[in-house]
Design a protein around this ligand. Structure first.
Ligand SMILES: [Zn+2]
Ligand SMILES: [Zn+2]
Length: 150
């Protein structure tokens, strides 16, 4: 009987990926959900899987490994999320882009940042009223300002 070099080696593969709140980075970063299963090896060559597979979440920023339930963690909701939703409702209700931008700037957001945020919300689906020059969502037509002043 020759001496057989045997052992096990964990082989892992990516099951899923996405973004999560990493406890170590304490921010939202990309992750990989990995499944690892030990394989029986002979001369370091994996022959067949043994035992069950185990899953863990790997942070792609810091490389930390966590239990799968770390994905259930939701960052505490802050008021800015409600506020963004509120602003979008106002846009849909007929407020001009300029009005919303002024509100954001009053909150202390820089003009570039507020423009970015609005671009993100409207996805460029915006038209400008030839009468007053204000910008509105496509769904807001005719211009609420001009129709009310007439
Ligand atoms: Zn991390
Ligand atoms: Zn108008």
């Amino acid at each position: 009987m020759p001496i057989i070099f045997f052992g096990t080696r964990g082989i892992s593969w990516t099951v899923d990926s996405g973004e999560f709140h990493c406890p170590r980075c304490s921010e939202k970063v990309p992750y990989k959900l990995k499944s690892t299963r030990p394989w029986f090896t002979v001369y370091f060559i994996p022959l067949f899987p043994v035992g069950g597979s185990e899953r863990h979440v790997e942070c792609r920023e810091c490389g930390g490994a966590f239990r799968e339930d770390v994905l259930d963690y939701r960052a505490p909701k802050d008021s800015s999320q409600d506020y963004a939703a509120e602003l979008y409702e106002e846009l849909e209700a007929g407020k001009s882009i300029e009005t919303i931008r002024r509100k954001l700037e009053r909150l202390g957001m820089s003009p570039t940042r507020s423009e970015e945020m609005i671009d993100e919300m409207t996805r460029g689906k915006v038209w400008s009223c030839p009468e007053c020059g204000f910008h509105y969502l496509y769904s807001v037509k005719p211009c609420p300002k001009c129709t009310t002043s007439k």
